[in-house]
Design a protein around this ligand. Structure first.
Ligand code: ADP
Ligand code: MG
Length: 334
């Protein structure tokens, strides 16, 4: 079983050196970590201030680099040996007769963050929606192939779709709080879909826990009954993450969760994503390669509906196996 890294190993590493001579750096990272990288950094955001003091000696950049590199290698090895939590097999996704996702096979190991990158329109969101049966809710859309959660096909005939969507939660590109509901009610909203609605006191606990996990509690604890639309965009997105977390999913799917956020909010969401893998399997779609490098353990590259390559994140960004991946990460198209 993969373990979360201790804080000392989660601090930012120096950027990996691309091995290709013609590599131009992707665009600058969105967050305040900009100063640290001109190419993707691997192994997570800087430790947020609330993670406690770093162990003695850990302020040495070389120490960080060494820890990060070995930790990344260890995690990559873990990912290969860990049984996948979610397994995608021969998945095709259609809109009418148009095939947007083509024969995708992908293993998503437990307690790892997998990023899906690729140019606009390559099928990232479509693939993500196939992972919790949201794709089929669109008109004319259908899916073939199998997606198994802990060995059970979520497309099986006997499967309850509501339960699938509880086990595999999703957060969309634009924050989607329920506008007429309070902050509290937004977080509690998903609980009514559970087989048994928890008692009132328990709901209070669940709401607080979800808001804490989404790093929003301190900002909203004194105004839980206020309308959710009074929150900033970044707070609304964390609220949506809290809503997804309240029903304790096993897998969390995030579709460009920071696309509409400012840099500070982006950083908060990235730190949160990085932390969530302590408890769950996370899949994040992003068009931002620095973000993929900062938050993910593994990265999958898609192009024209094909999953071209999946590899440990540091490996994919420094030594891609496929020419198309190399062309994309070095900025030759996209
Ligand atoms: P990405 O998330 O990588 O930008 P999408 O998964 O949204 O890509 O889209 C993949 C392809 O499917 C694109 O060609 C897009 O035009 C098409 N597509 C996406 N959503 C729909 C839809 N609701 N109806 C028809 N075609 C769609
Ligand atoms: Mg998309």
């Amino acid at each position: 079983m993969a373990q979360s890294l201790p804080p000392a190993q989660r601090t930012a590493s120096p950027p990996p050196t691309p091995t290709r001579s013609n590599s131009s750096a992707p665009t600058a990272p969105a967050g305040p970590r900009t100063a640290q990288a001109s190419v993707p950094q691997t192994n997570g955001p800087q430790a947020p201030p609330d993670q406690g003091p770093a162990p003695a000696g850990s302020t040495q950049p070389t120490t960080h680099a060494a820890l990060d590199a070995s930790a990344a290698v260890a995690r990559a090895a873990d990912a290969k040996s860990a049984p996948p939590r979610l397994k995608v097999e021969r998945v095709d996704a259609f809109y009418g007769s148009s095939r947007a996702v083509k024969e995708v096979n992908l293993d998503l190991p437990d307690r790892f963050v997998t990023a899906i990158i690729g140019p606009s329109g390559c099928g990232k969101s479509t693939l993500l929606r196939c992972l919790n049966r949201m794709h089929e809710t669109l008109p004319g859309a259908r899916v073939t192939g199998e997606v198994t959660l802990d060995g059970q096909n979520i497309y099986g005939r006997e499967v309850n779709v509501t339960v699938v969507r509880q086990q595999i939660g999703m957060v969309f590109q634009r924050p989607t709080p329920f506008p007429t509901m309070s902050i509290y009610d937004n977080v509690a909203a998903g609980l009514s879909t559970l087989p048994k609605m928890p008692k009132h006191a328990r709901v209070n606990e669940i709401v607080e826990k979800a808001l804490r996990r989404a790093a929003l509690w301190d900002e909203v604890k004194d105004r839980l009954r206020d309308s959710a639309v009074g929150l900033s965009g970044g707070q609304q997105q964390r609220l949506c993450i809290a809503r997804a977390l309240a029903i304790e999913p096993e897998v969390l799917l995030l579709d460009e969760p920071t696309a509409s956020l400012d840099p500070l909010s982006t950083q908060k969401v990235e730190e949160l994503v990085y932390e969530l893998r302590r408890d769950m399997t996370v899949v994040i779609v992003t068009h931002n390669m620095q973000q993929a490098a900062r938050v993910s353990d593994r990265t999958a590259f898609m192009l024209h509906g094909d999953l071209v390559e999946v590899a440990p994140t540091g490996e994919l960004f420094t030594t891609p196996k496929d020419q198309r991946t190399e062309a994309y990460i070095t900025g030759r198209f996209g």
